[in-house]
Design a protein around this ligand. Structure first.
Ligand code: PLP
Length: 376
């Protein structure tokens, strides 16, 4: 970080990420591999530093969303296996192979395109088959009437030339949500996943070295679903309702500073839209953070931040680069003070609820403009 600016920054604890990695590892059955999900810049924590840590700590696999994210890691010296969760256009098959990346295959038509491209190059592309067992997103359809077609298409994909089907996976829709209905749905997804794998083996003689389905929710709530590898993202960063169960630690603290403090008489309107009007003499701080830094505008007039040993309410519309904080009750707060937006004193989950969203979105929203400062 440019120390001269001291505007807004995100403190990231690499030791906490390491602690979380090790705690999750300890909870897994012997021999189970660990894939760390580092898509979206490792949920805002910095894909390269987090991947370097995981590589050094002995994780088995990484996952990213797209080819660009994978290339960033390879260029940064990450040599461990990387799975691309999303689609990559077949024109990039050569690059995928050259960079030793593992591509998700979610339909027979796509398998055929990758196979044709790899054949032309005279090389082999490593792939993981993705099943749609109830998320209704990417993946071979295999539920209900689609079972036989799905199994047939997976077998056909795996038998295509120049593809190496190393793994098979699926993704859960409600593994992180409590309640009987959600549990039944997750168990049903898991059953379908294992049924398809068994049918693919019986009917096609295809066996997968790595079967994986457990995202963060399943790692905590359904340890029996670990199979050959788990695939946590949020949990690794110490967030989610379940992270306490494994003794995990949050890894990001978003901090800004008080740029200036002004005194207003009662009846003064504050910020765009004049959505807050002072009811008394008010000592108002201007903070160097706005929605362009990742503080959602929907939190305007609805949140508090931690400063000078206390909590102060945010007032008026949150602007692109600034917002206002009522410091009337905290006379000790001064210009230049650090203000914790979320972190150990201000729970990100509570802030997310107030914003009508989830901690995932607040973490990913911390923008490129915000320097990451690493605690090693
Ligand atoms: C994002 C993602 C994960 C990680 O999910 P968490 O809830 O953060 O653990 C795992 N698998 C797939 C396919 C994903 O897209």
């Amino acid at each position: 970080m440019n120390d001269l600016q001291k505007r807004t920054w995100a403190e990231i604890s690499l030791p906490n990420i390491r602690h979380n990695y090790e705690a999750i590892r300890r909870s897994l059955p012997a021999g189970c591999r660990f894939l760390g999900v580092v898509k979206a810049d490792a949920y805002g924590h910095g894909a390269l530093p987090v991947s370097r840590l995981l590589q050094e700590a002995g994780a088995d696999y990484l996952a990213v969303s797209c080819l660009d994210e994978a290339l960033e890691l390879r260029r940064g010296g990450i040599t461990m296996p990387i799975l691309i969760l999303g689609h990559t256009p077949p024109e990039y098959t050569g690059l995928l192979i050259e960079e030793n990346l593992t591509q998700t295959v979610s339909a027979l038509a796509k398998a055929k395109e990758y196979s044709a491209a790899a054949q032309e190059l005279g090389k082999t592309l490593r792939v993981h088959i993705k099943l749609d067992t109830g998320m209704s997103r990417l993946g071979f359809l295999c539920a209900g009437d689609y079972f036989d077609i799905g199994v047939g298409n997976v077998i056909a994909s795996c038998k295509l030339p120049n593809l190496e089907p190393e793994g098979i996976y699926t993704h859960f829709a409600v593994s992180d949500e409590p309640g009987e209905e959600n549990e039944a749905y997750t168990l049903q997804q898991f059953q379908l996943f294992t049924d398809v794998i068994a049918a693919v083996r019986e009917r096609g003689g295809v066996r997968f070295a790595i079967r994986h389905c457990a995202n963060s929710g399943a790692v905590v709530r359904y340890p029996q679903m670990a199979l050959d590898m788990v695939r946590p993202g949020l949990l690794l960063y110490g967030y989610g309702d379940e992270s306490g169960r494994l003794g995990l630690l949050p890894c990001m603290r978003l901090v800004t500073t008080v740029s200036t403090i002004k005194h207003y008489e009662a009846g003064t309107s504050v910020s765009y839209g004049r959505r807050f009007v002072t009811a008394r003499h008010t000592r108002m701080g201007v903070l160097a953070i706005g929605y362009a830094d990742g503080l959602p505008r929907i939190l305007s007039n609805k949140c508090s931040f931690y400063v000078a040993g206390g909590y102060a309410p945010q007032r008026g519309s949150i602007c692109m680069d600034m917002c206002m904080l009522d410091l009337t009750e905290l006379p000790q707060a001064a210009v230049g003070d650090e203000v914790e937006i979320f972190g150990e004193h201000n729970d990100i989950e509570a802030l997310a609820r107030e914003a009508g969203t989830i901690s995932y979105e607040l973490l990913c929203a911390v923008s490129k403009r915000v320097p990451r400062v690493y605690d090693k």
